[in-house]
Design a protein around this ligand. Structure first.
Ligand code: ATR
Length: 271
C-alpha cells in the first residue's frame, strides 16, 4: 500500500494538487497516492479524522478550511502561527503537525521562477484577508525596502500590519497616489468576482512585476489594469500553487521535487 495523502476542501473537484503531487512522486520515485477529499463545510474535523484513521499520512488544506486546520493541529510551525492558517497537515504517530507553505510558495515563485528579488524591493500587497496574511512573514524576512498593505477597509490593513513586527505600513487605496512599487501582489479576492481593486494609476514603477495570486482564468482585471498601465511583467498564481505544493511534499517526504517541469506541464494544459 502506498502512503496516502489528499487535498481537503469544499469545493475540491477542480484542484490541481493531485496532478502536481503525482508528478512530484513520479519524478522523485516516491511511492504515494494523492486524492481529493471533499468535506462538508460543517465536517472538516470528522472528514480529516476518518482519512487519518484510514491510514492517511498528510493533507493539503484548501478553502474554506485553513482556519479550522490551524485549530485542529496539535503542533504548529512558525509559518502557520504567523499565517494563523494551515495548508499542510502531517500526521506523525499521534501528533498532528500544522504548517503553512503558501508564503514560501509565493517567495519561491518570485525568486526562482520569475527572477525577482524581494530584498530591497518596494512591495505593495493588496488585501488584508487570509491570503494576504499567509504571505507576510516570508516577504518581511527577505527585507524589502518597503512593505505596504493596501485594503478597502483600512482598519483591517492596520490591524494586520500591527500584528507583525517590522515596519509594515497600512494604506488606503487612494493614499497610494503618487507612490511607486517594484512588486505589486494582488492578494484580494476581487479577481474571483471579476473586480478590480481601486488602485490609483501610476503605482507600478518602471520594470515592476504585477502578480495576481489567482490563476486558471482569463487575464484578471488586476493584470489587465497593470498591462494598460504599461507594466510588462505580469504573473498569475500558478507558480505559487506549484511551489507551495513542493514545500508540502518536502515536509511530508523529505525530498525536494523539481518544480520547473511540473509548472511547464500545467502551463501547457491551460494554454
Ligand atoms: P482571503 O482569505 O481570500 O484573503 P478574505 O479573508 O475574505 O479572503 O479577504 C478578502 C480580501 O479581498 C479583503 O482584503 C477584501 O477587502 P475588504 O477587507 O476591504 O473587504 C478584499 N477584496 C474583495 N473584493 C475586493 C474588491 N472588489 N476590491 C478590493 N478589495 C477587495
Amino acid at each position: 500500500m502506498p502512503d496516502r495523502y489528499a487535498v481537503i476542501g469544499n469545493p475540491v473537484a477542480h484542484s490541481k494538487s493531485p496532478q502536481i503531487h503525482a508528478e512530484f512522486a513520479h519524478q522523485t520515485g516516491q511511492d504515494l497516492a494523492y486524492e481529493r477529499l471533499l468535506a462538508p463545510t460543517d465536517a472538516f474535523i470528522a472528514t480529516a479524522n476518518a482519512f487519518r484513521a484510514g491510514g492517511g499520512r498528510g493533507l493539503n488544506v484548501t478553502l474554506p478550511f485553513k482556519g479550522e486546520a490551524f485549530r485542529y493541529a496539535g503542533r504548529l510551525s512558525e509559518s502557520a502561527r504567523a499565517a494563523q492558517a494551515v495548508n499542510t497537515l502531517k500526521f506523525e504517530g499521534d501528533a498532528t503537525v500544522g504548517d503553512n507553505t503558501d508564503g514560501a510558495g509565493l517567495v519561491n515563485d518570485l525568486e526562482r521562477n520569475l527572477g525577482r528579488a524581494v530584498a530591497g524591493a518596494r512591495v505593495l500587497l493588496l488585501g488584508a484577508g487570509g491570503a494576504a496574511r499567509g504571505v507576510i512573514r516570508p516577504l518581511i524576512e527577505r527585507q524589502p525596502a518597503q512593505l505596504v498593505i493596501a485594503n478597502r477597509t483600512l482598519a483591517k490593513a492596520q490591524l494586520l500590519a500591527q500584528s507583525f513586527r517590522g515596519g509594515i505600513e497600512a494604506s488606503a487605496y487612494a493614499a497610494l497616489a503618487g507612490r511607486q512599487f517594484d512588486l505589486v501582489v494582488n492578494a484580494t479576492s476581487a479577481s474571483l468576482t471579476g473586480e478590480l481593486p481601486p488602485l490609483p494609476p501610476g503605482v507600478f514603477a518602471r520594470g515592476a512585476l504585477a502578480y495576481d495570486m489567482m490563476y486558471g482564468m482569463d487575464e484578471t482585471p488586476f493584470l489587465a489594469f497593470a498591462r494598460a498601465e504599461g507594466t510588462a511583467t505580469l504573473a498569475d498564481g500558478l507558480g505559487m500553487l506549484v511551489e507551495q505544493a513542493a514545500e508540502s511534499f518536502f515536509i511530508w517526504r523529505g525530498v525536494r521535487p523539481d518544480t520547473a517541469p511540473v509548472l511547464k506541464l500545467l502551463r501547457q494544459a491551460t494554454a
